[in-house]
Design a protein around this ligand. Structure first.
Ligand code: CMP
Length: 144
């Protein structure tokens, strides 16, 4: 199985409800390594750019208002099959449909305010990592 990198975001609801550590602990317990991490916040325009693929969706304005409503924590996770494994740890987009024990089932309050974002494919992972991190930010040679 290939070693991959994927972008994770703890969204403003996750920062507000104090579960950054809980989310990171799940990544680490699953064997994913955090090779870059940064607390930051998005302007509305930056949130619109990040979620541009959803610009025609009815929830786009509300989503980008939410994503620019407070600090977020962006991180890069590395490991075998990291993209899919992170998606499994997060659970379904809608917490009502998420499997028991997943991050969204445990902590999320709605389909919009769903605590975490994770890249959905290798190409989006590359783009999304580049949105938040430069090459120099990514730790090299962490894996033993
Ligand atoms: P995320 O995995 O970050 O990808 C797109 C985001 O849009 C998603 O998580 C949710 O925060 C949001 N989203 C997806 N579907 C809906 C919906 N039906 N209503 C409101 N927000 C949604």
């Amino acid at each position: 199985m290939a070693v991959e990198r994927t972008l994770s975001i703890v969204k403003p609801d996750g920062v507000r409800t104090n579960v950054i550590g809980e989310v990171f602990k799940r990544f680490e317990s699953a064997g994913l390594q955090i090779v870059a991490a940064r607390m930051t916040s998005l302007t509305k325009a930056q949130a619109q750019a990040f979620y541009a693929v959803h610009r025609e969706r009815p929830f786009f304005d509300s989503l980008t208002t939410f994503m620019s409503s407070g600090p977020i924590v962006a991180s890069v996770l590395e490991g075998e099959d990291a993209i899919n494994r992170n998606r499994e740890l997060m659970g379904a987009t809608n917490p009502a449909e998420a499997a028991p024990g997943t991050i969204r089932k445990e902590y999320a309050s709605s389909v919009e305010q769903n605590i975490v974002h994770g890249s959905d494919a290798p190409e989006t992972a590359r783009e999304e990592i580049g949105f938040f991190f430069s090459h120099a930010d990514l730790v090299q040679g962490v894996r033993t």
